[in-house]
Design a protein around this ligand. Sequence first.
Ligand SMILES: *[C@@H]1O[C@H](CO)[C@@H](O)[C@H](O)[C@H]1NC(C)=O
Ligand SMILES: *[C@@H]1O[C@H](CO)[C@@H](O)[C@H](O)[C@H]1NC(C)=O
Ligand SMILES: *[C@@H]1O[C@H](CO)[C@@H](O)[C@H](O)[C@H]1NC(C)=O
Length: 431
Amino acid sequence: MGSMDDCPRKPSQSAMRSRITVLLLLVSTNLVSYFLFSGGGGGGGEHLRDSGAVLLRELNRTQSQLAESQSQVEMLNQRLSTANSLLETLLADLGQGHRQAVPEQDLATWAAQLTGELKLAVGPHKLPLGYTPNLGSDELYPVLGTACRRFQDELVQYMTYEVGGECPSDEAFAQRLMLKGCEPLPRRRCHPKSPAGYVEPTPFPQSLWSIPPDTSITWDAYTCKNYACLVNRNKEKGSYDCKDCFDLGGREKGRWLYGNSELDYGIDEVLELKRGSIRIGLDIGGGTGSFAARMRERNVTIVTSTMNFNGPFNSFIASRGLVPLHISVAHRLPFYDGTLDIVHSMHVLSNWIPDAMLEFALFDIYRVLRPGGLFWLDHFFCLGAQLNATYAPMFERIGFKKLRWYAGRKLDRGLEKNEWYLSALLEKPLT
Ligand SMILES: *[C@@H]1O[C@H](CO)[C@@H](O)[C@H](O)[C@H]1NC(C)=O
Ligand SMILES: *[C@@H]1O[C@H](CO)[C@@H](O)[C@H](O)[C@H]1NC(C)=O
Ligand SMILES: *[C@@H]1O[C@H](CO)[C@@H](O)[C@H](O)[C@H]1NC(C)=O
């Protein structure tokens, strides 16, 4: 990701160098002419002092002009590099779209060739006679990610089951399809496998900080086969998504309780900014739902979006009595324009997301926020050079108002690798 950012900088840096060289030449030419002038005048010491002062002033002026043009060049340079990487991504996407457009049939042709359960799931379906709802059509189309069409074999496999029977245990397979853009997946007419020995959930509010019984879910899709394993993996080596999230008694318990006026903000200080008008919102990639739990304790309803990477994140959030939403970060947010009071995201939106996709995601967040709504960007990760060159201008383009903005080096590896975190509190303008 750093390389994409670095490449377009090289030519502009040399351009900047040559501009500085020209400016330096100008400065030295001025100096020479001053010396010639004062020398040729043949004046006494006073004259020399006068022209010395003039010379200094002139030098000072040139110096500040030089500094100014330098910072302008730097700024242009940064804009160029952002524009370049956006353009590259767009061009790459365009190229891909073009290549794939040729062999792909249009949706109607594709749908017409399907058979069996997949055909039924994809539709379209004729509306009953006499119904003329405001649909602009006499047919209903089930919703399906367009990229599903690229994976016909996988789709057929996904749709192969006994109608009314038990669904195949294919959660991981289904989630991989979603990540390839087949999101939403087609609906199915089967029952997901029920866990043996299910017990009803813990009542609220104890549920907020309780680990549910292992019998509340099926474990087929995961390496861990019980919650103790998930809780304990924070002590193991190895990288897992949201590694210590299941350990509700550990670090998870203290998150967002206290701010430190740097990267960590406290929930109460953020809510205080809006004095009770923060009531509903979304936590993007919210792990096991602790942000929503802390908000619930303050009577704020937060929906937590999460995938199930190596763990039953959705079920766990639900067992706490919170609302999980199984969508990827690529998914258009399923909320209407201008509806949410707050959107929060920690660690998830970061420099691993291609620039163009990130910009679309940020505009989508802006869209669902109500005027005056808050976007709490929590620990956005990137490299030092990207922060000012790519991301600060990107946030500027989206149109958020900065209420708080703090960038700090990542403590563990940040010093040698120039890795940074950004925490920001951004407001959608009222008008
Ligand atoms: C140069 O300019 C700065 C600000 O414009 C001023 O503070 C400083 O005293 C100047 N130095 C000289 C030598 O004139
Ligand atoms: C949450 O709402 C309940 C019921 O309206 C109220 O009794 C309670 O004090 C509220 N809690 C907070 C932290 O505002
Ligand atoms: C970004 O720019 C600001 C303001 O110009 C500067 O203070 C800061 O050091 C820069 N940050 C990085 C990581 O380069």
